[in-house]
Design a protein around this ligand. Structure first.
Ligand code: EPZ
Length: 427
């Protein structure tokens, strides 16, 4: 079983370049299914398990994909199915966003209901409700969501999202590009990844306005054509390096990071005592005094508030802060599983409802720990980098879903970190 070994306490310095955003490329690959003409070229694509899953899903539907380094060429002209393989969708809930494109292009979609995961039940009721508002019917049976457009095709509508769901906004936006008339999505998710998706859709010939605000207008068109698009940098990968560098070292330059995607995190790191400098094509960060943050009160919420995907990482950092901090998780119901692992490293944290109360200690101690979700894995790596002694991180399949070459990137910054792929020996 693969594991990461970290010798804590080594200084981080130098520069690291973040890859393209996982949470932008996934909906963009789904959107490529809308192109009845032409070929798409998606650039700056990270090599991640989730991306591979989505690429396999799109290919299974009949698209022809060709990888060239970090570029994928997608020819969706011969897509001939609206039923992605259940095992692929079941493996990654984000695949559910192929529903909107398939419904728009073929008038039908039969997609496995994604179910929940470690961090919460992860319902898709808002996706279904939004697509029904466009005229589709839906039946959920045998673990599948079966959606059908009316005979004349989807019809634009005014849709209010009870929650600014990232995925629901994406599914509705994509379906609306080929609906008749105008669709207005109110209380839409404002994440940069949704803006990136809208930019790609518009490059394909769609008419999407207002992405990044809470009101998105989509005027339906007859058809879409493949387009070339470079994916935005991954703000969560960038944030992960910023947090690590705020704790340890002589200053790190996170290249390709966009500070306007990270305002809330940067504000918190500066409040904690780190020094941050916004450069032309990246962000420079110098550590807090003595490598220990001032205590913080953090509350995750929808963008542009502090991101839930950076919650585990800041808890790891605040475990050695100079006082008591609180981190409140308002987005997901069960996203504190990494706390038990940090406690094994000596962290003094207790949970009160949706709030983690963290009493900062001098230093963590290395231990054998297991990642429970993608961002928890990143938090445990950060904890290992600052802990005394050796930390062994397991559960790397979570990390591999969202971090492209994380170990190599930290090695380049001077960390003593190695990955071992233990070969199963059948004796
Ligand atoms: C996206 O998930 C991201 N995933 C998540 O990143 C991220 O944590 C999340 O947005 C919030 O920012 C991808 O983009 C692939 P939501 P998504 O729909 O779209 C509730 C990572 O680590 N909800 O915005 O699934 C839901 O239960 C991952 O990269 C409904 O109630 O998130 C949650 O409480 C983890 N009904 C809240 O909304 C619905 O129909 C936000 O979920 C949909 C969502």
């Amino acid at each position: 079983m693969a594991r990461i070994l970290i010798q804590g306490g080594h200084s981080l310095k130098g520069s690291v370049r973040v890859s393209g955003a996982k949470n932008a490329v996934l909906p963009i690959l789904a959107a490529s299914l809308l192109a009845e003409e032409g070929v798409s070229q998606i650039e700056e694509v990270p090599h991640l398990l989730d991306v591979k899953n989505m690429a396999n899903t799109v290919e299974a539907l009949g698209a022809r994909l060709e990888w060239r380094g970090s570029t994928i060429r997608v020819d969706a002209r011969h897509v001939n199915s609206f039923t992605p393989p259940a095992d692929l969708v079941g493996r990654m809930r984000a695949s559910f966003v192929v529903t909107g494109p398939l419904l728009a292009r073929f008038g039908e979609a039969i997609v496995a209901h994604p179910g929940g995961c470690n961090i919460g039940p992860r319902p898709v009721d808002l996706h279904i409700k939004g697509l029904e508002a466009l005229g589709a019917t839906s039946v959920v049976e045998n673990g599948f969501v079966h959606m059908k457009a009316p005979a004349g095709g989807l019809q634009g509508a005014r849709i209010y999202l009870d929650i600014p769901s990232v995925g629901a906004t994406q599914n509705i936006m994509m379906a609306a590009t080929l609906a008749r008339g105008q669709t207005v999505i109110e209380n839409a998710a404002k994440e940069p990844e949704n803006v990136d998706l809208a930019n790609y859709l518009n490059a394909m010939g769609a008419r999407v306005r207002g992405a990044g605000t809470d009101i998105i207008r989509i005027d339906g068109v007859d058809s879409l054509c493949g387009a070339t698009h470079a994916v935005i940098p991954d703000r969560i990968e960038a944030g992960t390096f910023l947090v690590a560098a705020a704790l340890k070292g002589e200053g790190v330059y996170v290249e390709n990071a966009l500070s306007h995607h990270l305002m809330s995190l940067i504000a918190k790191l500066e409040e904690a005592g780190a020094r941050i400098e916004d450069r032309v094509d990246g962000i420079h960060v110098w550590p807090c005094e003595g490598g220990r943050m001032k205590p913080l009160d953090v509350k995750t919420h929808y963008y542009p508030s502090y991101p839930t995907d950076m919650q585990a990482q800041i808890i790891a950092a605040l475990s050695v802060a100079q006082g008591t901090s609180t981190v409140t998780e308002t987005v997901f119901e069960n996203r504190f599983l990494h706390v038990a692992e940090l406690q094994r490293m000596g962290a003094n944290i207790h949970i009160e409802g949706r709030t983690a109360v963290i009493e900062g200690i001098e230093r963590l101690s290395g231990a054998r720990v297991t990642a429970t979700d993608l961002r928890a894995g990143a938090a445990l790596v950060i904890a290992g980098l600052i802990a005394d002694g050796e930390t062994e991180v397991h559960g790397l399949h979570h990390l591999d879903r969202g971090y492209d070459n994380l170990v190599a990137k930290f090695q380049a910054l001077g960390a003593r970190i190695e990955r071992y792929e233990d070969v199963e020996v059948n004796v």
